[in-house]
Design a protein around this ligand. Structure first.
Ligand SMILES: Nc1nc2c(c(=O)[nH]1)N[C@H]1C(S)=C(S)[C@@H](COP(=O)(O)O)O[C@H]1N2
Ligand SMILES: [Mo]
Length: 421
């Protein structure tokens, strides 16, 4: 079975998205309606130009919400806006997409295999996807995946990379087997320190010998109950953009640790040194540095647990609202490997804070729902600021936290504007 994605709303068949059609009758408006989103730079596109997203047989915007923001066309990177993230379990149309390379095509899940090798396995072993499903116990968890660079747009001097604002995060339900159950079956040596992944995506250069990304997690994280080898997202086959047919899922870590289109794991006796494990990639200075400062390589460390953070998912920023009413504000809070203990909001720029109702997570590493009823003393312009505090007593900063070369870990308070009349 090869994976096809049909746009449920418009019923657009894949064949209709073929390049030839567009070359014959394309206008930017037609392209936009097929894509379901505005095409950036549309005004400057030469006539007959076919955006990257439409060149392949597969349209990565298929089924995605129209409000998603395209951050990059090659590789294909798309971000959600806060109000799309209102659900406790993020539905597929509202999940951001982050690719470092080219999404693989023509995947046949019936012949998909996963190979486990590396210095710290007793012997290399290969499993079919079918065998993984058949021979191990299944588990489902809601897991937060946040790009390490979510919020990068806030840093100054700017850091290169996708200029994510708030929406490169989601919490969906993943189903699969525990990585620890598989590793027990494979047999790993006591010197194992790291698990690295490889996926089937292709390098942007087209060079088949180049690896797009090969990151991973320390063995202690790999052995946690919630670390999954998953084949389902929200109860259905993982959509192609998100790693079909098999994905490593490590909630609470930068989402780059969760390898999509997974076909190989390496159990290492040292920290994995795959593509994007070194240099400035997913690493931050070990100590605070001045904005723009050059940081020696040996002073950089790999990002592990993501920091405490929260999001206002309702209302949208810019909401207008009557003075004598109460406004229910709600969203989510998460804290990497930790739990969120307290949630507060401020309508006076942090001078005073009001406690919110905060739910327990559905399971460890899921985000937590919060809500609060607000009333406003006068008419006028307000900002609602949201601040989470984790179970270690660490809160979100009000302003952009420590600058780092690639603009990771911006967990500053999320703010929305509210006009009270
Ligand atoms: N094989 C593979 N896995 C990958 C990536 C990739 O480019 N290739 N990108 C990583 C990064 S940087 C992020 S933020 C997440 C994005 O997951 P999503 O597309 O499901 O939102 O996937 C991670 N896993
Ligand atoms: Mo990422």
């Amino acid at each position: 079975m090869s994976k096809t994605n049909k746009n449920p709303k418009k019923g657009i068949e894949k064949s209709q998205l073929k390049r030839r059609d567009f070359l014959q009758k394309s206008s930017i408006a037609v392209l936009s309606s097929f894509l379901g989103a505005d095409i950036i730079h549309a005004a400057t596109m030469p006539e007959g130009y076919v955006p990257f997203a439409l060149q392949a047989d597969f349209n990565p915007m298929d089924g995605k919400s129209k409000d998603m923001i395209v951050r990059n066309e090659k590789p294909w990177n798309v971000e959600a806006v806060p109000h799309l993230l209102n659900d406790p379990v993020t539905p597929f149309p509202n999940i951001f997409i982050r690719n470092n390379g080219i999404i693989p095509e023509d995947i046949d899940s019936s012949i998909w295999t996963l190979t486990i090798s590396g210095e710290s396995v007793k012997a290399e072993k290969t499993y079919t996807l079918e065998a993984l499903k058949k021979n191990f116990k299944h588990y489902s968890y809601q897991l937060v995946l946040e790009c390490g660079g979510n919020g990068r747009a806030g840093f100054y001097p700017p850091a290169s990379g996708n200029q994510w604002e708030e929406g490169a995060v989601y919490c969906s339900e993943w189903t699969g087997i525990r990585l620890k159950d598989l590793l027990a079956d494979v047999g790993i040596n006591s010197d194992a320190v790291y698990v690295g992944y490889y996926g089937k995506d292709k390098h942007l250069s087209g060079d088949e010998s180049k690896v797009v990304i090969s990151r991973g997690v320390p063995i202690s994280k790999a052995l946690q109950d919630e670390t999954l080898l998953a084949w389902a997202l929200n109860g259905e086959d993982i959509p192609l953009q998100h790693g079909y047919p098999l994905r490593l899922v490590c909630g609470g870590y930068p989402a780059s640790a969760s390898g999509k289109w997974l076909n190989k794991l390496v159990i290492r006796n040292k920290v994995h040194d795959g593509e994007k494990m070194m240099g400035d990639s997913y690493r931050v200075p070990k100590y605070p540095v001045a904005p723009g400062e050059k940081v020696p390589d040996e002073d950089m460390k790999i990002i592990e647990s993501m920091p405490v953070k929260s999001l206002i998912a309702y209302p949208k920023s810019g909401a207008m609202f009557g003075r004598n009413k109460t406004l229910k504000v709600q969203g989510h809070a998460w804290a990497g490997e930790n739990e969120v203990r307290e949630m507060e909001v401020s309508i006076d720029f942090g001078a005073t804070w009001k406690k919110c109702i905060l739910k327990k997570p559905n399971n460890r590493l899921a985000w937590q729902q919060w809500s609060v009823e607000l009333s406003f003393p006068e008419t006028g312009y307000y900002e609602v600021w949201a601040k989470a505090t984790d179970d270690q007593g660490i809160s979100q900063p009000m302003v952009i936290p420590g600058w780092n070369p690639k603009g990771y870990l911006n967990n500053a308070c999320h703010r929305i504007a509210v006009k009270v009349s």
